[in-house]
Design a protein around this ligand. Structure first.
Ligand code: G3P
Length: 219
């Protein structure tokens, strides 16, 4: 499974990129606003750090403006993909952008029918929001499983990759991996949680202490 980081914070992106496990980055308007910047500026900066897909979300609400804005965002760097919120206008814009060779990440996906239509329109990625489904009492990973099954049923939809988004905990990541999801986009704090385990920390401390009993200070 490819691992993306879901943030627009450059320090977090630099740190996780240095781990050697990062395949791409997703941003959204809320994440960009937290950094007090704008999408074109920030994704240009991210593209200098990460060599992989970077999602940049359009703010336009009608399909013609989505196409214009999407073309501008995609022109910033070859790794930029255009994030569009799921609706009728974004389906139309996806078809046009995909025909021009521009990759679209259809976001705010909450149902399998939305994912099916986005894939049919030519979206390169679909992003089901599993955490926000859990928030309203649904089971996000059930929807994720259904989307993966539906897209795998058809060769002509196989170019669409599924991004497990709105991840709230390491279990969401593991459930996505068990389902064979293509990508998980993971917040920085969840990536940090995935690394650590108290028994690992305890084991490192004991090995160091035992070594130093015989050899003196190790560093
Ligand atoms: O970037 C899209 C998605 O991952 C947002 O997650 O935590 O705001 O529901 P969240």
């Amino acid at each position: 499974m490819k691992i993306f980081i879901d943030t627009a914070n450059l320090d977090m992106i630099r740190e996780i990129n240095s781990w050697g496990i990062l395949d791409g980055v997703t941003t959204n308007p809320s994440l960009i606003a937290k950094e007090n910047t704008d999408t074109p500026t920030r994704v240009r900066e991210i593209a200098k750090i990460v060599d992989g897909p970077i999602s940049a979300e359009c703010m336009a609400t009608d399909w013609e403006q989505m196409v214009t804005e999407g073309e501008k965002l995609a022109a910033i760097h070859p790794n930029i993909n255009v994030k569009l919120p799921m609706c009728v206008d974004s389906l139309k814009a996806t078809k046009i952008l995909a025909d021009k060779g521009i990759r679209v990440n259809m976001t705010l996906i909450f149902s399998s029918s939305q994912a099916l239509l986005a894939a049919k329109a030519g979206a390169r990625y679909v992003s089901p929001f599993i955490g926000r489904l859990d928030d309203i009492g649904a089971h996000g990973t059930d929807t994720l499983a259904e989307i993966l099954q539906i897209l795998r049923n058809y060769d002509q939809l196989s170019d669409t990759e599924v991004i497990a988004a709105s991840i709230r905990n390491p279990t969401h990541v593991l459930e996505a991996a068990e389902l064979g999801c293509d990508i998980a986009t993971i917040p920085y704090n969840i990536l940090k949680l995935m690394v650590s385990h108290p028994k690992t920390d305890e084991g490192i401390a004991k090995f160091k202490a035992d070594y130093e009993k015989v050899n003196g200070p190790s560093q």
